[in-house]
Ligand binder design. Structure first.
Ligand code: XBP
Ligand code: MG
Length: 252
């Protein structure tokens, strides 16, 4: 088994707490801006997250309230475009924070020469400016968004395309995800996977993750281990060392 060469990160819910503070707020602002009566609360949005993809979520919602197939495409397109604009405004105002510990982990991986990549099926319109602002987009050797991988997780496309562009086999990489759908996509690509749950995903079936944590962990705010099937040594902080160990020990 060779050394760990690359770590492939999901974006939404993993690097950033983007659903509650970002997409949900932005969807509601878009409804309002377009004079639509729809509003989603946090709990309802949590249920809608079972549907991967902002456009898919809107399509499900509008068809459920009787919007005809003829009107659906334009309506979904219009709301989604406004949602992305509002999301970018929120990001520019600093309202969509990185998850604690992410910058520390990225710095550590970078200093060890581990290649970093992004594999999300979120829209490039908001992914790229947000990641650039918070972390610097150029630090990621490969950035896969809905442009390169339009088929949503749990399908493995985003991870497959990421590996293809990295020109690496799955044996040399690991994935970091927040949701069961993401873990299933990573595992279907034969990538060992850490799941770092958030408030929206903490009750999801972990979908076969090799390590499940409640946060990335910081020395003064250690993460709790929710599942550790490989019995990896873990002292409360998700480090490059833990990812290397996971890479060495995860079944393929
Ligand atoms: C995230 C998503 C996305 C976002 C909204 O899932 O499902 O659709 O909620 O982004 P994951 P878009 O973290 O597994 O990629 O509106 O751009 O779809
Ligand atoms: Mg996610």
């Amino acid at each position: 088994m060779g050394d760990l060469r690359a770590v492939i990160f999901d974006v939404d819910g993993t690097l950033v707490d983007s659903e509650r503070h970002g997409h949900l707020v932005a969807f509601n602002r878009a409804f309002e801006a377009l004079d639509l009566p729809d509003r989603w609360d946090e709990e309802h949005y949590g249920r809608l997250l079972d549907i991967a993809g902002g456009k898919e979520r809107l399509r499900h919602h509008f068809s459920g309230r009787g919007v005809s197939d003829d009107e659906l495409k334009d309506l979904v397109g219009a709301v989604h475009a406004r949602k992305n604009e509002f999301f970018n405004q929120l990001a520019a105002e600093g309202r969509i924070p990185e998850r604690p510990g992410v910058s520390r982990l990225l710095d550590e991986l970078e200093s060890r020469g581990v290649v970093m990549a992004l594999a999300t099926t979120g829209s490039s319109e908001w992914v790229e400016p947000l990641v650039d602002d918070l972390f610097g987009l150029k630090r990621f050797a490969v950035v896969i968004t809905n442009r390169e991988a339009p088929i949503k997780k749990p399908e493995p496309d985003a991870f497959e395309v990421a590996l293809e562009k990295l020109e690496l086999p799955a044996e040399e990489a690991v994935a970091v995800e927040d949701s069961a759908k993401g873990v299933v996509a990573a595992k279907a690509t034969s990538l060992p996977c850490v799941m770092v749950v958030n408030d929206y995903t903490k009750d999801e079936d972990e979908g076969g993750a090799d390590l499940v944590l409640d946060s990335f962990g910081e020395p003064d705010a250690p993460a709790t281990v929710l599942r550790n099937p490989l019995s990896l040594a873990f002292d409360g902080v998700l480090t490059a060392e833990v990812l290397s160990e996971l890479h060495a020990r995860a079944p393929r």
